[in-house]
Design a protein around this ligand. Structure first.
Ligand code: PMP
Length: 339
């Protein structure tokens, strides 16, 4: 038999897909790591698995215990599903602005949801800080105790990418990789990839949505604006980002990321979420920076179905002044004969 005995075994080892249109447009080879194929359907399953394993190993999480986390959604889905498969409960604190699709999925994953207003980190009621306080209280009161996953400052998150994602991509490209680029949420992915691949000569690019603080932190230049992407954008150097320095930084406006998402659907058959648009747009910028003939890898973070009420909703896009493809407006893609 060739079977997995545990959901945890099904995390990682995702395929690396050549992105044909992006490769042809730049003269480079651009590949996307298909993280949407993880059991929780996002790149965050890896961090969730490592955070849970680390807490168990350190004796902080006992059978029947509760995992508490503040999350834009995907980490919560990973923690809840992987946690359930190991016998843990989960309580997830999420900003109310996040997509309904992710909130629904969290409920299906068995999480108890706490929705809080979306306020900046400096506000004590910010979702991350709220979840930390809740975890502290639950640790004292809940049966079998509780832990705070603390994905932003828990470096088990970054370690997942140092141990798994980095070596997987190195093996899949046979070491023929010149650049890696992605956006930052917690920074676990980019900093883990940098730790794994920068010493091997791979250039690391950071793709930052408008309004995120990363661009200013690493370049000193302002990054005004706003973004409809979810799960990315960061205003501080988290513990996961400690010691990390990108080789290149790009500001990626939604007006650049969104057409890339629609192109991925049209040319590659990939229905992806917003951060993947930022990542692939960033990969194309890095490809143009390094010049033709180079190999660039990025992350395909999660499915577009997680954002159908936003990215694939023409009314929402129009309201935000963002480009909407004809077919999304109900226009025909193929002229049909009368039958
Ligand atoms: N894309 C999506 C959709 C995410 O949910 C996240 C994590 N919040 C990221 C990208 C960023 O990953 P990381 O936390 O490793 O920086």
């Amino acid at each position: 038999m060739n079977v997995h005995t545990d959901l945890a075994d099904a995390v990682g080892n995702t395929p690396l897909l050549r992105l044909r249109a992006a490769s042809e447009a730049t003269g480079c080879e651009i590949f996307g790591k298909a993280e949407f194929l993880n059991p929780g359907q996002s790149v965050k399953d890896r961090a969730a698995l490592y955070i849970i394993r680390d807490a168990v190993k350190r004796g902080l999480l006992e059978p029947g215990g509760t995992i508490v986390e503040g999350t834009a959604g995907n980490t919560g889905i990973g923690l809840s599903l992987v946690g359930a498969s190991m016998g843990f409960k989960s309580v997830i604190v999420i900003p109310e602005t996040q997509s309904q699709e992710k909130k629904d999925m969290l409920r299906y994953a068995g999480a108890q949801l706490v929705e809080v207003p979306a306020v900046p980190y400096k506000n004590p009621n910010n979702y991350v800080r709220y979840s930390g306080r809740l975890a502290e209280k639950l640790a004292a009161t809940a049966e079998h105790g509780a832990i705070w996953a603390n994905q932003f400052d828990n470096t088990a998150n970054r370690q997942a990418h140092i141990d798994m994602t980095g070596p997987e991509i190195w093996d899949q490209t046979g070491g023929k990789i010149d650049g890696f680029i992605c956006a930052v949420g917690t920074g676990g992915t980019i900093a883990g990839m940098a730790a794994a691949l920068q010493p091997k000569g791979v250039k690391i690019g950071l793709a930052d949505p408008e309004g995120s603080g990363m661009f200013k932190i690493y370049t000193g230049e302002e990054n005004p604006g706003d973004s409809i992407t979810e799960g990315i954008g960061q205003g501080r150097v988290t513990q996961n980002l400690e010691g990390f320095t990108p080789d290149f930084c790009y500001r990626i406006p939604d007006s650049e990321a969104l057409p890339v998402i629609f192109d991925l659907l049209k040319h590659e058959g990939l229905c992806m979420g917003g951060s993947t648009g930022t990542n692939v747009a960033g990969a194309m910028r890095l490809a143009r920076e390094l010049g033709p003939g180079h190999t660039i890898v990025t992350i395909l973070c999660d499915y577009g179905t997680r954002y159908s009420s936003k990215i694939f909703n023409p009314e929402f896009l129009r309201e935000k002044g963002l480009p909407t493809p004809d077919w999304l407006e109900g226009g025909a893609r193929i002229d049909l004969p009368t039958v």
